[in-house]
Write a protein that binds this ligand. Structure first.
Ligand SMILES: [Mg+2]
Length: 319
């Protein structure tokens, strides 16, 4: 039985897991897997190498993935649910500030920055989104799976939340898959059930991603080099999201191993690890995350406070 305390721990675990994966994964963002394996395999916080988007960030500091996830979470709390206009406005303001900041401006991906510029030039959220099928809407979507109980509603709101920056079917499918998987994880489903539901729901928008998510589970016993080679690890959503599901299912009983696998996957490692962390944390709860990672996460209190607000607000909405 999932008690009140366990449920709260799953909410915290989901958002802390995402932020931890992001903060660890930024150290390898954009690097090739064989180069990562030649250097140090990352298992703890550190600085990103020169030339990586996060090169100016401190050890333990998270990137745009977590910043957007927190922004989405706060918009759910403030509006008692998902409101496209409000979310798009908040995102546009955040994006403008980030793009002006010389230390953070390189963090935002090409689709999000193009969309943010359009939103700030007066475009509505229906028109602003990019057609590039990248993973920017999947990496931030976990709070939708925390906030809503009914899977149909999770699917609908996750799809809507993608549009202001990512309007391709593939990006929408990726966002739907991650949000649905978070909800299934919170409600106690096992790994096979979680991936099956995510795969079916994603397939409604993009059959390729739906099938790849399904095969990420089938490939869970394959060696990482083979699996990442086949699934891909670029910033494209049909690679990032299935690779995150692979890491999650390969180490379904161990969040530390799942997140470490993702951090060293190569390619878009901050987003792959952010999604893996959200899924693993939602299954196992905050106490299952390594203490050194939780303590070393910069702005941890902010992540915990926002997760708690989502938990309290979601509880109220259920009454
Ligand atoms: Mg990032």
């Amino acid at each position: 039985m999932i008690t009140h305390e366990i449920l709260k721990s799953k909410y915290l675990g989901c958002m802390l897991g995402a932020a931890i994966g992001d903060a660890l994964g930024k150290q390898n963002e954009g690097l090739k897997r064989h180069d990562i394996l030649k250097r140090d395999y990352v298992t703890d916080y550190g600085k990103s190498p020169q030339g990586c988007p996060g090169e100016h960030l401190k050890p333990g500091e998270y990137t745009d993935d977590t910043e957007q996830m927190l922004l989405l979470a706060m918009s759910l709390v403030e509006c008692n649910g998902f409101n496209s206009d409000y979310f798009a406005k908040r995102l546009a303001r955040w994006g403008e500030d980030t793009m002006k900041d010389p230390l953070r401006k390189n963090l935002i991906g090409p689709s999000s920055s193009a969309a943010i510029k359009k939103l700030n030039s007066g475009a509505g959220w229906r028109e602003a989104g990019s057609d590039i099928p990248s993973c920017g809407s999947a990496m931030r979507v976990a709070p939708i799976g925390l906030f809503y109980d009914a899977l149909d509603e999770v699917e609908e709101k996750a799809a809507l939340s993608s549009l202001p920056t990512h309007k391709s079917n593939a990006a929408i499918a990726g966002a739907v898959a991650v949000a649905v998987a978070v909800r299934c994880a919170v409600s106690g489903m096992d790994c096979n059930g979680i991936i099956n539901e995510a795969s079916i729901r994603a397939s409604k928008y993009d059959i390729d991603i739906g099938e790849k998510i399904g095969s990420s589970y089938m490939k869970r016993d394959s060696e990482p080099d083979d699996a990442f080679g086949w699934l891909g690890t670029s910033y494209l959503v049909n690679e990032t999201v299935p690779s995150a599901f692979y890491c999650f299912s390969r180490h379904s009983g161990n969040p530390e191993k799942a997140i470490t696998e993702a951090v060293n996957a190569g390619g878009d490692t901050d987003s792959i690890a952010c999604i893996t962390g959200a899924l693993s944390g939602a299954v196992h709860g905050a106490l299952a995350l390594p203490d050194r990672w939780v303590r070393g996460l910069l702005n941890r209190e902010t992540v915990e406070r926002v997760a708690e607000m989502v938990f309290v607000k979601a509880e109220k909405e259920r009454l």
